[in-house]
Design a protein around this ligand. Structure first.
Ligand SMILES: [Zn+2]
Length: 102
């Protein structure tokens, strides 16, 4: 599997996004740019639909992109906080391989 991230529902009210740190690299999490926005919009849109080709998924991408732009312009500190939270829960690949089999 070579996906960069994967959205998954954990319950009716919670979900997680797993990031493939081996593919993205740790430096990916140090930036807030178009690549990060694109991946976050892509994954968060899966909250509404699994199918990339569905109208529901496409509409979710458009809505999230518009909301992201507004958040970044009106509350840039909230945006940085959000991206910092994503980086904080990232587990480096070395730690993942050392914990396997535990
Ligand atoms: Zn996807």
């Amino acid at each position: 599997m070579n996906a960069t991230a994967c959205y998954g529902m954990k319950s009716a009210s919670s979900a997680v996004i797993d990031f493939n740190v081996g593919h993205l690299g740790m430096l990916w999490f140090d930036s807030i740019g178009a690549e990060q926005d694109e991946l976050m919009i892509h994954e968060l849109a899966h909250h509404r639909a699994d199918n990339h080709y569905s109208e529901e998924y496409r509409d979710a991408c458009c809505e999230l992109g518009a909301r992201l732009k507004r958040l970044a312009m009106e509350q840039p500190d909230k945006m940085k906080e959000f991206m910092g939270m994503a980086a904080a829960v990232t587990i480096p690949p070395a730690e993942l391989s050392s914990s396997e089999g535990d």
